[in-house]
Design a protein around this ligand. Structure first.
Ligand SMILES: [Zn+2]
Length: 65
């Protein structure tokens, strides 16, 4: 399964493997926010981050040579 990144409205990000169509995507932030209470999660609404592939421009630095 591909790995997807999720971001909640509080700015937390986390990665989870999921289906391509997002049918099993989480809707709540799974980041733990309280060190003293390991069961407490952020629980804010999350959205899937579509990661753009890094672009490579061949020859972009050729002027340096
Ligand atoms: Zn969060």
């Amino acid at each position: 399964m591909p790995l997807y990144s999720y971001k909640c409205k509080d700015g937390h990000t986390f990665d989870l493997p999921g289906r391509m169509d997002g049918s099993d995507a989480p809707t709540r932030c799974m980041v733990f926010v309280d060190r003293d209470d390991p069961s407490r999660r952020c629980d804010a609404a999350v959205e899937r981050v579509i990661a753009a592939p890094a672009r490579v421009f061949p020859g972009a630095d050729s002027w340096r040579r």
